[in-house]
Design a protein around this ligand. Structure first.
Ligand SMILES: [Cu+2]
Length: 306
């Protein structure tokens, strides 16, 4: 029914289904009882109201039954949760860094990946660090979720039990592009993992400008495929016409090298019409001039090839 991909899936699902089933039964039961009472004890049928006081058997039932039910809930929850905080000695360690608004996974051998790649059937411990604000690392398919908090070394562990590609989300609202703070957890067999881990070259043959865009998380706000995210898409940008708002009013500009440099160094000087001011920060002190040249070159090339 549910496809869990880690050792925790079964116990977490059991707790979930148990609590869900009880809630479901009670929702139906309470609604039916309410409808029955409204009809059966209506004024039409009971001209003279009666007084009741106390009913010991009833009080015992509605105290003891819920008590037993919540104790079972606690039991199933505890059985699922306790092992999550006991990390096996032989776990492979990965350092996870969360920042506004991207994840990276550092394997300690020089390999830093934007996605979490893990070997099947191996225990994996994730050490969670934040560079700025609170984030939450959530891998639904593994049924694990922990807060990623600056100054507090949180962790989680799991053992992947099914190969595949699963979603990773951030579950603490961490600012504007919070919902774009996603990644993938990719479970591969151990041989494939070893090859992947040992390969320290940049695997893709990205344009150097693309590497700068990725490293600075520009593509959290700017898509490459034409969709509007928080900022305008980078697709076919070079040479296009833009209406921008400046302090002097609206004007028409062509996207060229100068415009792109201005947009990166002083993003609020000219605002593309239809977008908001103050969202993009200046990258004046972040990017070197040569990085900006690489970006400009990338935009030029990617807009030419159709
Ligand atoms: Cu976040």
């Amino acid at each position: 029914m549910f496809s869990g991909a880690s050792n925790f899936a079964e116990s977490v699902d059991r707790a979930f289904i148990f609590i869900f089933a009880i809630s479901f039964i009670f929702t139906i039961g309470i609604t039916v009882a309410m409808i029955y009472i409204v009809i059966h004890f209506s004024r039409k049928r009971n001209k003279n109201p009666q007084q009741f006081s106390g009913n010991v058997p009833l009080e015992i039932i509605w105290t003891v039954v819920p008590l037993i039910l919540v104790l079972f809930m606690f039991y199933y929850g505890w059985v699922a949760f306790a092992p999550m905080r006991k990390v096996p000695q032989n776990s492979m360690q990965v350092k996870v860094i969360g920042r506004m608004w991207s994840w990276s996974f550092d394997y300690g051998n020089g390999k830093i990946s934007p996605d979490l790649v893990v070997p099947l059937d191996r225990n994996v411990k994730l050490n969670l660090f934040s560079e700025d604000v609170n984030h939450g690392l959530f891998i639904p398919a593994f049924r694990v979720k922990e807060d990623v908090i600056p100054g507090y070394n949180n962790y989680l562990w799991f053992q992947p039990i099914a190969k595949g590609k699963y979603d990773i989300y951030c579950t603490e609202y961490c600012g504007l592009a919070h919902s774009a703070m996603v990644a993938k957890a990719i479970v591969v067999d151990s041989l494939e993992f070893k090859t992947w881990l040992a390969d320290l070259k940049v695997v893709s043959n990205d344009h150097p400008g693309m590497a700068v865009l990725k490293a600075n998380a520009c593509i959290t706000c700017h898509s490459l495929d034409g969709t509007k995210v928080i900022g305008p898409s980078f697709k076919d940008m070079f040479g296009a016409k833009r209406t921008v708002l400046t302090d002097q009013g609206e004007k028409e500009v062509e996207v060229n090298a100068d415009y792109i440099k201005r947009a990166i160094v002083d993003p609020n000087g000219e605002i593309v019409k239809g977008y908001n001011k103050g969202l993009m920060q200046s990258y004046k002190d972040v990017l070197k001039a040569e990085d900006i040249d690489k970006i400009v070159d990338y935009f030029k090339k990617s807009s030419e090839q159709k």
